[in-house]
Write a protein of this length. Structure first.
Length: 94
């Protein structure tokens, strides 16, 4: 029972986020109308009425690929003892 309630809460949160972010737009285009109910000697009859109508627009997500050139920096690792004097000179200049 707790799992069902948790799933329903998550679904409601997802719908609220979708509407708030503009990804989901729901507009009511026709209101509801209750049926006319009457009683006769044969029982109860209901005529007319209709459910509300909604216009739902959803956003779209497009996924694709493009070729791009990326400059990657090069890293040079030197063992200690090599160019220690150059490193000391570089640190002193800063």
């Amino acid at each position: 029972m707790r799992a069902i309630i948790f799933i329903l809460i998550i679904a409601v949160v997802i719908i609220v986020v979708a509407i708030a972010s503009g990804f989901l737009d729901i507009n009511q285009i026709r209101g509801a109308k209750v049926p006319q109910v009457s009683t006769t000697g044969n029982g109860i009859t209901a005529t007319g009425g209709h459910a509300p109508a909604f216009d739902v627009e959803t956003g779209s997500v497009k996924v694709g690929t493009t070729q791009t050139t990326v400059n990657v920096p090069t890293v040079t690792v030197q063992k200690p003892g090599q160019n220690q004097s150059a490193a000391a000179a570089n640190n002193a200049a800063q």
